[in-house]
Design a binder for this molecule. Structure first.
Ligand SMILES: *Cc1c(COP(=O)(O)O)cnc(C)c1O
Ligand SMILES: [Zn+2]
Length: 412
């Protein structure tokens, strides 16, 4: 791992060797960040080496990743999701250059696979055969799936309210699912104690500095897919804050190695009913916890684990944050599906809902180049999709009746 220089604490600045089981700063328990030798990376790769690569997964960016190239990896194909030029959606919003990055196509159907695949590889480097996390949703299912493909065991702590469908996905991937009779916070704390007691590898969000490095590959792909042109704005939905922070890190890494010549502005979107990070962004006050009142469960995070890195990404990039209602999220789900044929879960389309709002407020101009990421697939959460979808046309098996009904509802 010559490409990694050290881990650096974002709070006190202390530096540590990049061991797989170093999670937070031993001095001040601040979060750590992976620091690279950009000169070395710049000597190893350039635009040309990427254009010749036939590895259509996150591993095409191995020189930018904090893993030993010799470590075994899951066979699942994570990353290299399509970046679509979304003309019809752009017209609907009033944008001439809109691109949609569909991360719902990942193996377990969300962007979280980019982080979990790194967790699994780092666990292998640590010599661990068991990984644990607490999550209700996509972090857990992506960990369970990637671990299954490596033959590793997982312990997943879920709060009692975890939706049955999501628990089923975990069980299908062979996870040991521990349903904690309590809140998400209770599940998180029990998992932390168990991880300490039994020495399992820790995939809890924000705790593990390597996970963000997996998430950053989404931005490396965006730049390469745009021919190393850099968008003006990049939009993500925000829960814990790891995704937008990771995406920003990707642009920064490319900038420091000279692969891109400027940086985009980051837009973070939260749900009105649960927006502690955007509230801190607008008030400038320290983060305060908030209730979790939104149907977008993957970003319903009242006590976010990574607000500092998320706020830093938005502020350094001269970006902004915006909140959207559940109604606006459901509308965005329909709009995306109707215009693009892409089906996103509520948190997956919240970014799009926020983008629509900012365009209508005049914050984003018609000629600006914008990338919005769809972070999770709509089939993850069919119950909410049904709310957005409306009703089918009901008829008896009779052509005349069909004609009458169609005339009434469609062809009037
Ligand atoms: C986790 C998740 C997010 C937000 O990522 P954070 O790191 O929690 O900010 C957004 N969309 C989906 C689908 C997710 O699973
Ligand atoms: Zn520190």
């Amino acid at each position: 791992m010559q490409n990694v220089k050290y881990l650096e604490c974002i709070k006190c600045g202390k530096q540590y060797p990049p061991l797989p089981e170093t999670y937070t700063c031993p001095e001040c328990s601040g979060l750590l960040e992976v620091m690279y030798d950009y000169n070395l990376i710049a000597r190893q790769v350039n635009r040309d080496t990427f254009s010749k690569s036939r590895d259509y997964s996150i591993w095409r960016y191995l020189p930018f990743l904090p893993v030993n190239p010799e470590t075994p990896r899951p066979s699942l194909r994570v990353g290299w999701s399509p970046l679509y030029r979304a003309s019809a959606l752009g017209s609907a919003l009033g944008l001439d250059f809109l691109f949609v990055k569909d991360d719902g196509i990942n193996p377990t159907a969300s962007l979280k696979d980019r982080a979990s695949v790194i967790a699994v590889v780092k666990a292998a480097e640590a010599g661990a055969d068991t990984i644990a996390c607490s999550s209700t949703g996509n972090a857990a299912s992506s960990l369970a799936g990637n671990a299954a493909s490596m033959g590793m065991e997982t312990y997943i702590f879920v709060p009692v309210r975890a939706p049955q469908g999501k628990v089923a996905q975990l069980l299908i991937f062979g996870a040991n699912v521990i349903s904690v009779q309590g809140s998400y916070q209770d599940a998180f704390e029990l998992s932390a104690h168990a991880i300490r007691k039994w020495g399992w590898y820790n995939r809890n969000a924000a705790i593990n500095p390597y996970l963000m490095e997996g998430k950053k590959t989404v931005s490396l792909e965006v730049c390469e897919q745009m021919g190393w042109d850099v968008p003006d704005w990049v939009v993500f939905s925000v829960g814990d804050g790891c995704t937008i922070a990771g995406a920003w890190k990707g642009f920064v890494d490319l900038y420091h190695t000279g692969l891109i010549g400027r940086l985009p502005r980051m837009i973070g979107v939260q749900a009105e009913g649960c927006c502690p990070i955007s509230r801190a962004f607008y008030t400038g006050n320290p983060l305060e916890p908030m209730a979790e009142n939104t149907l977008a469960d993957s970003i319903a995070v009242g006590v976010p684990r990574n607000p500092d890195k998320a706020l830093r990404a938005v502020r350094y990039s001269k970006g902004t944050m915006v909140n959207v209602s559940d109604q606006e999220i459901l509308e965005a789900m329909r709009l995306l599906g109707n215009t693009s044929g892409i089906f996103g879960e509520p948190a997956g389309v919240a970014g799009l809902a926020g983008l629509k709002k900012l365009v209508s407020q005049g914050m984003i101009g018609r000629r600006d180049k914008v990338v919005v990421c769809i972070t999770g697939n709509g089939l993850k959460d069919v119950n909410n999709a049904i709310k957005a979808a409306g009703e089918p046309i009901r008829v008896s098996p009779d052509l005349d009746e069909l004609e009458r009904v169609l005339k009434a509802v469609r062809w009037d």
